[in-house]
Design a protein. Structure first.
Length: 345
């Protein structure tokens, strides 16, 4: 699983065109000064969420997510989006988008069908520890819908849109989605008729798909094959570690293996399941402590410890210091790194 987001350069370009000050956004989000000067714009989940919350504040526009998410200029689409637009149906497009999402970020597009003729599209933020910003939700859902509308060649509408937020800007939202909005829902989702996903794309281009997809598939295969069985298992453990200690049965099921097969393959690598779980907890502990907003008690819970003292003892064993001292040192190191560019200017 990727641990960082690659932010497309289309995003800052679009925000600038919309009159949103990138300097003000970076300051509001408390991001590094040279955030958009990176050769590849890389962000953690926390940085991404802080960025979009800042966009909401700086723009003052409740519809900013829609304006960034609906791109009319196809030449600005990335290869994965072009492959989706050239698919033979809306469902095919969604499946391609979900498949290639793995290359760029710790986020999943989940397409699920029900027996009552409905199909739901949701986003899962694999490393999120807080609710996603409204502008980011609007961007993601509007991007999906805009691909469908452009591909079908009609202004298709979902059956409904489910949003976790409180009721606000209902008229604007219903005007964009052309359906009813269910506020205070358990999830953020687009709910379509299953028949809508079967609709053919007028933008279908088999030759272009055949040209683009092999390269994306090769990148995806290379990414997957580069990950050993231990890395795959550890990635699954990190997803499952949320107030519980995952068992080998749970991890194996998530990997599509039997517990016996997983145990055998780990043994072949000279790795014990419990040691791998310990490594996963240690890596996640470092990750959680890098965020000053994360309470130590909350970190202990998310790592599956019965109480904070158990976490503190384990962390002392791992790192030779306490969680509080480790966090203080990391914060000091970060301040030095952030300050260094200004000394060289």
């Amino acid at each position: 699983m990727a641990t960082h987001f690659r932010i497309s350069r289309r995003i800052p370009q679009k925000l600038t065109e919309l009159g949103v000050s990138l300097t003000a956004v970076v300051e509001q989000a408390q991001l590094p000064v040279g955030f958009f000067s990176q050769e590849k714009i890389i962000a953690t989940t926390e940085q991404l969420f802080a960025f979009w919350r800042a966009v909401e504040v700086v723009s003052g526009d409740p519809g900013i997510g829609f304006k960034v998410g609906t791109e009319d200029r196809v030449e600005r689409y990335d290869p994965a989006a072009i492959a989706a637009l050239c698919s033979h149906s809306f469902l095919d497009a969604l499946q391609r988008m979900a498949r290639y999402k793995q290359l760029t970020c710790p986020e999943k597009i989940i397409v699920s069908s029900s027996h009552d003729g409905e199909c739901t599209v949701t986003f899962e933020w694999l490393l999120a520890r807080e609710a996603e910003p409204k502008a980011l939700v609007d961007l993601c859902l509007s991007w999906i819908l805009s691909i469908g509308r452009r591909g079908v060649g009609a202004n298709i509408a979902p059956l409904r849109v489910e949003l976790t937020r409180d009721p606000e800007h209902q008229e604007m939202l219903e005007s964009f989605y052309r359906c009813r909005i269910n506020f205070r829902a358990d999830r953020n989702a687009l709910v379509f008729r299953s028949t809508d996903l079967d609709r053919s794309f007028v933008t279908h281009n088999a030759d272009l798909v055949a040209l683009i997809s092999p390269q994306l598939d090769a990148e995806l295969d290379a990414y997957r094959s580069s990950r050993t069985i231990t890395e795959q298992a550890k990635s699954v453990m990190k997803r499952l570690l949320a107030g519980q200690r995952p068992s080998i049965d749970e991890v194996a099921r998530q990997m599509g293996l039997s517990s016996r097969t997983l145990q055998r393959r780990l043994t072949e690598k000279g790795v014990r399941f419990q040691q791998l779980l310990e490594d996963a907890r240690r890596e996640l502990a470092r990750y959680y402590l890098s965020d000053s907003r994360m309470e130590l008690n909350d970190a202990a819970y998310l790592l599956g410890f019965e109480d904070p003292n158990s976490f503190f003892r384990a962390f002392q064993r791992w790192e030779g210091t306490t969680p509080a001292r480790y966090r203080k040192k990391q914060s000091a190191d970060t301040q030095i790194r952030d300050y260094s560019p200004s000394l060289q200017a």
